[in-house]
Design a protein. Structure first.
Length: 268
């Protein structure tokens, strides 16, 4: 039997490609698709929306209307919607894969409480390559240590609404953890004017928003006389979608708990 998948934010950039990725994964079947209740696409066929031809799954405007129809909800929407979905899934005992980024501290705490009874996989980036980069960054930070200045540069398309990207923040967290630094204390988000000399422990973030860039990240480890750069460039959202669907199949077999893509890929 295949894992029954629901995709919310079905008409979004990620939602459409997630529907395609589910259709390409033999372990999964799309059984529900959700959009915001005011969407003009309520009632439309999800397969048609994703450019695949009809698949018989009609888009609904509320996750509560389809709670009996799926095993795992894949959610790449906005923080407020993901929170509401997490509450519904928590009560109904449905697993979740969460790709939404940009939660504030209060939303993170609310999310934590809502998902306590269920298995979820949350990641700032579901691509295999980025998750490999997290491992490489940990190694680079431990080897290069305090001799280097660390800066993270990310670029995304003009529609992205949060900055720096969740992936850039995760990369900063990996590096900070490896060096025993508190990211909240050492992060520097952009610079302007008379900034003074660079603090040795700072981890700098720079953001580019332009055109249709799917997602570029570079972490620079700069010493006197040499530098190491670890770069990942996504050229298609399918890299995230394929990972998220793989995570959904994996989550369906887990007991309640919070997991990430490193767990799914066996990188821990
Ligand atoms: P998008 O194109 O704006 O898609 C979001 C979709 O969610 C839109 O169709 C939006 O509808 C819909 N939505 C909003 N509120 C909703 C609700 N209450 N119920 C159901 N659907 C709702 O954005 P995107 O580029 O796909 O990105 C979505 C999120 O995924 C962002 O947070 C982004 O950073 C993140 N992301 C994560 C990864 C990863 O690997 N973790 C990769 C890519 C993107 P409207 O347009 O009508 O508001």
């Amino acid at each position: 039997m295949t894992v029954r998948i629901a995709v919310t934010g079905a008409a979004g950039r990620m939602g459409r490609i997630l529907i395609e990725a589910v259709s390409l994964n033999e372990a999964c079947t799309l059984t529900a698709a959700i959009e915001r209740p005011e969407s003009s696409l309520i009632g439309a066929d999800a397969g048609e929306l994703a450019g695949l031809g009809k698949n018989g799954v009609a888009i609904v405007g509320d996750v509560n209307a389809v709670l009996g129809d799926f095993d795992v909800l894949i959610d790449f929407t906005v923080p407020a919607a993901t929170l509401a979905n997490a509450k519904a899934c928590g009560l109904a005992g449905k697993g979740m894969v969460i790709g939404t980024t940009g939660f504030n501290a209060e939303q993170k705490a609310e999310l934590e409480a809502a998902i306590a009874p269920i298995a979820i996989c949350q990641a700032s980036n579901f691509s295999t390559g980025v998750n490999l980069c997290f491992k490489l960054l940990d190694m680079a930070a431990r080897v290069l240590g305090d001799d280097v200045d660390i800066e993270i540069v990310e670029a995304h398309h003009r529609h992205k609404i949060d900055a720096p990207s969740g992936t850039a923040l995760s990369m900063g967290q990996v590096v900070a953890d490896a060096l025993g630094r508190d990211l909240e204390k050492v992060a520097v988000y952009g610079r302007e004017g008379q900034t003074g000399a660079r603090d040795r422990e700072a981890i700098g973030f720079a953001t580019v928003r332009a055109g249709d860039i799917v997602g570029d990240h570079t972490v620079m480890f700069c010493a006197e006389g040499e530098r190491v750069e670890i770069t990942h460039k996504a050229s298609s959202r399918m890299s995230f979608a394929r990972g998220a669907v793989r995570a959904a199949a994996w989550v369906s077999a887990q007991k309640a708990g919070r997991y990430d893509m490193q767990d799914v890929l066996g990188l821990k």
